[in-house]
Design a protein around this ligand. Structure first.
Ligand code: CP
Ligand code: NVA
Length: 331
């Protein structure tokens, strides 16, 4: 099984990270519904308030963020770096070759040493347990910048984007179509917490893990629900939002050929959108494989809010960083 394969995510039990300071952001479950709403509101405020002399130079003045990446990235890396820069702080990008997380030295030692230099760590890892291991030994906040199990920063940007477009999340009908992966899991966990009615359609064997669905049910609030389907049309019927992601994730490239025929019926195209609400919004976390999970005309069409999502990674993560580092200052 490749490191990013779904089985790795499915065998792990969903747990909140430690409640002791520092406060990490490894999973959607690490924040309550009220805290999610506060982050979304703060991100919206930071997006629109731009003081003279640069966006927010005093917010994170003198603060440093280490970015550990085991996998490639455009949005996550750039948005974290620019967020720190605009807030008066600094980000250090550490490529897979530099840190070699868990290979050159143990993850615990890397966490302890980095904590002596920087104020926060964001890590993109293959195995969720590696970001948990970092958090266990770090004395500064650790942010999950994507693991095989979750992508909570993406969910934060997605819910900010939906709030901007629809005013409120409560009662929205969101259909996720495709692989039940990290993005689907975080989206389902976060959206149900805030009152969204989530439907998910995935091919046999590629469903959102049962423990994630269970956690989404348990954590649902404000009328939020989650329901699964096999047929994408059933999930999309009447939906206000249709969301999709790649049919194979980073680390699963060798499964592309096997997966493509299994996922073909799950393509988000004009025909599928006919089942949705006429004013449907279309979302994708990117990078997209145009012509596979989504067609060009849908991506570039009038219903797409995909580039708003991408922009909002910046505002959402800036809010998260300010929240985490302010907390740390007050401890
Ligand atoms: N959506 C997202 O996380 O994009 P990157 O992989 O480019 O960071
Ligand atoms: N599910 C995708 C998301 C990329 C941002 C992956 O893990 O590769």
């Amino acid at each position: 099984m490749s490191p990013g394969a779904p089985g790795a995510a499915q065998t792990a039990r969903l747990t909140r990270s430690s409640s002791q300071a520092p406060r990490h952001f490894l999973s959607v479950l690490d924040r309550s519904a009220d805290e999610w709403l506060a982050l979304i509101n703060r991100a919206g405020a930071l997006k629109h308030v731009r003081p003279i002399g640069g966006p927010h130079p005093a917010l994170l003045s003198g603060r440093t963020l280490a970015l550990i990446f085991q996998k490639p990235s455009l949005r996550t890396r750039v948005s974290f770096e620019v967020a720190m820069l605009q807030a008066g702080g600094h980000a250090l990008y550490l490529s897979p070759a530099e840190i070699q997380l868990g290979q050159r030295e143990g993850i615990a030692d890397a966490a302890r040493v980095l904590s002596r230099y920087v104020d926060a760590i964001a890590a993109r890892v293959y195995l969720h347990r590696d970001v948990e291991a970092l958090a266990r030994d770090a004395t500064v906040p650790v942010i999950n910048a994507l693991s095989d199990r979750e992508h909570p920063c993406q969910a934060l940007a997605d819910l900010l984007t939906l709030t901007e477009h629809r005013g409120s999340l409560r009662g929205l009908r969101l259909a996720y179509v495709g692989d039940g992966n990290n993005v689907a899991s975080s989206l389902a966990l976060a959206a149900t917490r805030l009152g969204v009615q989530v439907t998910i359609a995935s091919p046999d064997g590629f469903e959102v893990p049962p423990e994630v669905l269970e956690a989404a049910h348990e954590g649902a609030g404000l009328g939020g629900t989650v329901e699964t389907f096999r047929n994408p049309r059933d999930a999309v019927r009447g939906a206000d939002v249709v969301y999709t992601d790649a049919w194979y994730s980073m680390g699963q490239e060798d499964e592309a050929e096997v997966r493509q025929p299994l996922f073909r019926a799950y393509q988000v195209n004009q025909t599928l959108l006919h089942s949705a609400d006429p004013n449907v919004l279309v979302m994708h976390d990117l990078p997209a494989h145009r012509g596979q999970e989504i067609t060009d005309d849908v991506m570039d069409g009038p219903h797409s809010i995909i580039y708003d999502q991408a922009e909002n990674r910046l505002h959402a993560q800036k809010a998260l960083l300010v929240d985490l580092l302010e907390r740390r200052a007050s401890v």
